[in-house]
Design a protein around this ligand. Structure first.
Ligand SMILES: *Cc1c(COP(=O)(O)O)cnc(C)c1O
Length: 340
């Protein structure tokens, strides 16, 4: 129960909450939202999702603000991206209003699991949508289930905001040049599992993937987007095989607010040596500053921080985004939805 949760020592794992919200698609339409307490699903052994990975998901967060109000960050962007993912793997799009209603409902129902302001913890919201039709031949399902559950997650940086080492290797791809890299689908994660485990085994936070076509440009790092700081510029890769991170999009806008120039263009590996700061970004950590990138194929190190201290611009961007999420700074871009 929530009374027994030690918010500050929470990790990023599944902590049981009380309710989840579901919606079923059948006969060509989405039904009504249902509230469930049961965290399990009854699924046919031949369901499309189990065999052909017809599945996509989202990840967003709710925060308890300095004023006690609950803020959900960029619901609409997440809803649109879920629709993009659905279109990309032949699943029916969930209407945006239904998505938003489901998120607000599940957060409200589990309100007591929203960590208090100042704990560094937040409520992670995980929508998932998948094909349930029993089939054996490869084709899209005709029935789908949308589920959204929440779970409290701890501060990403236990010892404070810190830079960590990453590795770069040409041995792995998470996506194909014309594949599903730009969609938030579970299949991409299965494809990257070996790289993830290998990088952790070697003591790195994650792997940098290069563009799968030419293996020349930076794509993503693990399940996060990449950005770099060079002078007064915020530079992030342009590629058709990366997942468009909403955190990255938000940081780009904040960088402009801070008077920086934003460049979205291909970044060749060698250009890493010209950057002042580097970071991985995503909902989980906002920014995970990069201390160094070790190109393990060429035994070359690109260093951004010698003492593990994040750079000045990374820190400013991180603080600004977190301040908006926690209501310490005004949301001038309309990114926040309040829970009533
Ligand atoms: C979810 C995800 C990200 C980060 O996206 P956010 O919207 O910022 O959380 C980056 N890369 C991949 C592959 C992802 O799945």
């Amino acid at each position: 129960m929530s009374e027994n949760i030690d918010w500050s020592s929470l990790g990023f794992g599944y902590v049981p909450t009380e309710f989840n919200v579901r919606c079923t698609y059948s006969n060509g339409e989405w039904g009504e939202l249902r509230v469930m307490e049961d965290p399990t699903i009854n699924l046919h052994i031949s369901a499309a999702v189990l065999h052909y990975a017809q599945e996509c998901f989202e990840g967003l967060k709710a925060f308890r603000g300095v004023d006690g109000k609950v803020r959900i960050f960029r619901i609409e962007e997440n809803g649109k991206r879920l629709q993009d993912s659905c279109r990309g793997i032949k699943m029916p799009e969930l209407p945006l209003d239904k998505f938003q209603e489901a998120i607000l409902k599940v957060v409200k129902l589990n309100e007591k699991f929203i960590p208090p302001y100042g704990s560094g913890a937040s409520l992670y919201i995980r929508p998932v949508l998948f094909g349930t039709t029993p089939l054996v031949g490869v084709k899209p399902a005709t029935e789908f289930e949308f589920v959204v559950f929440v779970t409290p997650v701890g501060p990403y940086f236990k010892g404070g905001f810190q830079a960590t080492p990453f590795m770069l290797s040409r041995k792995y791809d998470r996506a194909a040049p014309l594949g599903t890299g730009s969609l938030k689908v579970g299949g991409n994660y299965a494809a990257g599992m070996t790289a993830t485990v290998d990088s952790h085994d070697l003591g790195y936070s994650a792997v940098f993937y290069l563009d799968p076509k030419e293996k020349k440009y930076i794509d993503e790092c693990g399940a996060a987007n990449f950005f770099a700081i060079k002078g007064n510029s915020y530079i992030t890769p342009k590629s058709s095989s990366i997942l468009p991170s909403i955190t990255n999009k938000s940081l780009s806008i904040l960088a402009e607010d801070l008077g920086m120039t934003v460049e979205r263009r291909p970044i060749a590996v060698e250009e890493l040596s010209t950057f002042d700061e580097a970071g991985a970004c995503g909902t989980a950590a906002v920014i995970s500053p990069v201390s160094k990138i070790v190109d393990i194929d060429n035994n070359h190190i690109y260093e951004f921080s010698k003492d593990g201290k994040p750079g000045e611009k990374c820190t400013a961007l991180y603080n600004k985004l977190r301040a908006i999420q926690h209501g310490e700074e005004e949301d001038t871009h309309g990114w926040i939805t309040f829970l009533d």
